[in-house]
Structures are given as C-alpha cells and as structure tokens.
Design a protein around this ligand. Structure first.
Ligand code: FES
Length: 122
C-alpha cells in the first residue's frame, strides 16, 4: 500500500462568486496533484479530497464518514483510500465504503481541468 509522509496539501480557497460558472465550488493547481497524495481543498460544501490515480482525477468529501479524519491524509492503494484514523476504506470512484468501520458512502464530486487548474463541480 502506498502512503505518504507529509500531511495533506491545502491549496487555494473556495471559488468566489463571479467565477463564471456557478457549479464550480473549488479548485487546485494541477501541479499540486502527485500520484498517491491527496490534496485537501476547502469549499462551500466542506473540504474536498482530490486524488490523481493513473491520470484520472477523482474528488470526494475529505472528511471520513466514520469520524472526523482527513482522507487526503490517508493511504491510497489503487482506487481505495484508507482512512488514517481507524483504517476504514472507500472506493474513491464510487464513494462507497469497502472496509469497516466505514459504513456510509462519501460524497463524490465531478472534476475537470483546463491544464493548469483542476475544478471541482457539484
Ligand atoms: S475516522 Fe475514518 S475510519 Fe474512523
């Protein structure tokens, strides 16, 4: 299982009104994404964890549904993120829990990139 020693990288701020697209709620720089490391981005919907897996950018709610832990600081193995607090696991493609004690699904977010930024949309 791959992990990382550094904590989550928090970048940017929630998009302000007037961004030109009301469905975009957060963004980060594409360069901040490193395979295997989560990026935590604040948003109006709460913190969002963004991952790059084999060139695919995936975003889910950052806070674990079991208790209060940042999944961006978890351990990614393929498409499964392991919570750093109790080891619950989720498939970040679907948001569904795959290992206890996680039982409730994560909220998923759509992503798009313009080559410089990754945009998170509802
Ligand atoms: S806080 Fe994530 S499994 Fe407990």
């Amino acid at each position: 299982m791959s992990g990382h020693s550094a904590g989550p990288i928090v970048v940017d701020q929630p998009l302000a009104d007037g961004s030109g697209n009301s469905t975009e709620i957060a963004r980060c720089r594409l360069a901040q994404l490193r395979s295997g490391d989560g990026v935590s981005v604040p948003s109006a919907a709460g913190p969002i964890a963004i991952f790059e897996v084999e060139g695919e950018i995936l975003a889910v709610q950052d806070t674990c549904t079991h208790e209060d832990a940042s999944l961006a600081d978890g351990f990614l193995d393929g498409h499964v993120i392991e919570c750093p607090l109790h080891g619950g696991q989720f498939d970040i493609r679907s948001g569904l829990p795959v290992c206890l004690p996680a039982q409730l699904p994560l909220r998923r977010f759509e992503t798009r990139s313009d080559g410089e930024f990754v945009y998170i949309t509802t």
